[in-house]
Write a protein that binds this ligand. Structure first.
Ligand SMILES: Nc1nc2c(ncn2[C@@H]2O[C@H](COP(=O)(O)OP(=O)(O)OP(=O)(O)O)[C@@H](O)[C@H]2O)c(=O)[nH]1
Ligand SMILES: [Mg+2]
Length: 185
């Protein structure tokens, strides 16, 4: 059986790899690049491996992204909260992605909160039209940052909390087959 993946997506430069590194710190993990534009990281979560797959946004145009989305456990979407000009593009991209899977839980990282002018999560919620991502979907939104100072120190507690949530969602989240049963109530 194919292992289920947690997908890490977002526009180029949004901070996908940085977020993955932070989630992986304090855990045993190994990473590899299965193909250009792909970055696979396996993180040990209490003895249970969790597979993360970062896919570069340019790869999605010519790869099997719909298959990845339809089979994924969870979608992590990273957005640069300070890059106001590209928010419409990020919104369009996100809505295109989630069309491929009406129930995959969505965790949005309103990232780079340390930057001046970064939008707060309420503005990001609006800009990405998160109220329109579907009624059958669990949606979470966090303001995050990975500064160099933080990278050298302990994993920020918000990241620990998000990681706990991701572990929980990955273990209990709805996928398409479960959605037809009663496991998602
Ligand atoms: N200020 C600030 N910069 C960040 C933060 N997170 C990442 N960056 C910077 O943003 C740039 C892109 O980060 P990556 O993690 O490589 O982004 P990515 O989405 O993986 O990029 P690609 O894989 O190239 O599409 C790098 O220069 C990071 O140092 C953050 O929280 N705050
Ligand atoms: Mg990257």
């Amino acid at each position: 059986e194919e292992s289920k993946q947690i997908l890490v997506l977002g526009l180029d430069g949004a901070g996908k790899t940085s977020v993955l590194h932070t989630l992986a710190s304090n855990s045993s993990c190994h990473s590899m690049a299965p193909a250009p534009g792909f970055n696979a990281v396996s993180i040990d979560a209490g003895g249970r491996p969790m597979e993360f797959l970062e896919i570069g946004s340019s790869e999605l145009l010519h790869s099997s992204w719909e298959t990845h989305l339809s089979k994924g456990l969870l979608l992590i979407f990273v957005v640069d909260s300070a890059d106001h000009d590209r928010l419409p593009e990020a919104k369009k991209y996100l809505h295109q992605l989630i069309q491929a899977n009406p129930v995959i839980p969505l965790v949005v990282f309103a990232h780079k909160q340390d930057l001046e002018g970064a939008y707060h999560i309420t503005d990001i919620h609006e800009a990405l039209a998160l109220s329109e991502v579907g009624n059958d979907r669990k949606v979470f939104l966090f303001g995050t940052q990975v500064t160099e100072k933080a990278a050298s120190a302990e994993i920020p507690s918000i990241m620990e909390d998000i990681k706990d949530l991701i572990v929980h969602l990955a273990a209990n989240g709805c996928n398409q087959t479960q959605a037809h049963g009663d496991l998602c109530d």
